[in-house]
Design a protein around this ligand. Structure first.
Ligand SMILES: N[C@@H](CCC(=O)N[C@@H](CS)C(=O)NCC(=O)O)C(=O)O
Length: 248
C-alpha cells in the first residue's frame, strides 16, 4: 500500500458501520496521517449487501467491509484491529495493556453486538410475528442485555474508559450499540457509569464526526419519524432472515 492508495470503507449508517467510521476519525484525532478514505454506501435496505461487488469484499454479506490495496476485510472488530495495527496509535496500546483492549473488543463482538442486535430485531422489526412468539426471545435477549450492562457498568466504575484512562478500540466497539438503547428499548438508565461513559465518548470530536457518516443531516442523535419508518421497514426485511442460499 502506498500512502496515496485510498482506503475504501463499504458501510451504512448502523452501529457496526459506525465503529469503523469512528475509528477512522479517531485515528485522525490521534495525529495519524491517513490515506484518502473513499466511502462506498451499501444500502442494506435496498439489499445492496448481496451485490457481487460487496460479496467479493465480505462473503458474509453484512456491512462493514474495508479494502486497503489487495487486503479485503470483513467483520467490524477485525477491521478495528486491522486499522489499529496498520496505523499505530494509543487506540491499541503496544504494551501488555493491548490484551485488556483485545479481550474487551472480543467481548463486544461475541456478546453486545449479537444480543443487542437480536433484542432490537424482536423489538422493532418483527411486527408480523404474533406477540406470543416474541415473548421468549424478548425476555431472553432483554435479560442478557441487562446482564451485559451490569458487566460494563462494573468495568467502568473508577475508569474513564473501558480499559482505563485512555480511549481505545474497546470503547469504539461497544459505544455504537449501547448508544442506540432507546431504539432497541434496552433501558440503561440504572447503570450510572455506563451513562457517564456514553456522554464522555459522545463528546469526543472524532466520535461526533464518525457518527455523521451516512446519518441524515441533523439526525445524528435523534432520527426523524421518516427515518425511523425507513429503518423499521428495511430492518423488517433483514430480520425476515432470508438465507444466503436463497440469494437476493
Ligand atoms: N458481526 C458483524 C455484523 C455485521 C452486521 O450485522 N451488519 C448489519 C448492519 S449493522 C448488516 O449488514 N445487516 C444486513 C443483513 O443482515 O442482511 C460485524 O461486526 O461486522
Amino acid at each position: 500500500m502506498t500512502k496515496d492508495t485510498p482506503l475504501e470503507l463499504w458501510t451504512f449508517a448502523t452501529p457496526n458501520g459506525w465503529k469503523v467510521s469512528i475509528m477512522l476519525e479517531e485515528l485522525r484525532e490521534a495525529g495519524v496521517d491517513l490515506p484518502p478514505v473513499e466511502v462506498q454506501v451499501v444500502n442494506i435496505m435496498n439489499r445492496e449487501q448481496f451485490s457481487e461487488a460487496f460479496t467479493a469484499i465480505n462473503p458474509n454479506q453484512k456491512i462493514p467491509g474495508l479494502v486497503d490495496g489487495d487486503r479485503r476485510m470483513m467483520e467490524s472488530c477485525a477491521i478495528l484491529l486491522y486499522l489499529a495495527e496498520t496505523f499505530p496509535s494509543p487506540l491499541l496500546p503496544s504494551d501488555d495493556k493491548r490484551w485488556d483492549v483485545i479481550q474487551w473488543v472480543f467481548w463486544q463482538a461475541a456478546n453486545v453486538g449479537p444480543v443487542f442486535g437480536n433484542k432490537l430485531s424482536y423489538t422493532r422489526y418483527l411486527s408480523e410475528l404474533p406477540e406470543e412468539q416474541k415473548a421468549h426471545p424478548l425476555e431472553r435477549f432483554g435479560n442478557e442485555a441487562q446482564r451485559l450492562l451490569r458487566v460494563l457498568d462494573k468495568q467502568l466504575e473508577g475508569r474513564e474508559y473501558l480499559c482505563g484512562d485512555r480511549f481505545t478500540i474497546a470503547d469504539i466497539a461497544s459505544f455504537p450499540w449501547v448508544r442506540g438503547w432507546k431504539w432497541s428499548k434496552i433501558d440503561i438508565t440504572s447503570h450510572e457509569h455506563v451513562l457517564a461513559w456514553l456522554e464522555r465518548v459522545r463528546a469526543r470530536p472524532g466520535v461526533a464526526r464518525g457518527l455523521s457518516y451516512g446519518a441524515p443531516e441533523g439526525e445524528t442523535d435523534q432520527w426523524s419519524e421518516a427515518t425511523k419508518k425507513q429503518y423499521t421497514a428495511g430492518g423488517a426485511s433483514i430480520a425476515a432472515n432470508e438465507s444466503i442460499a436463497t440469494g437476493p
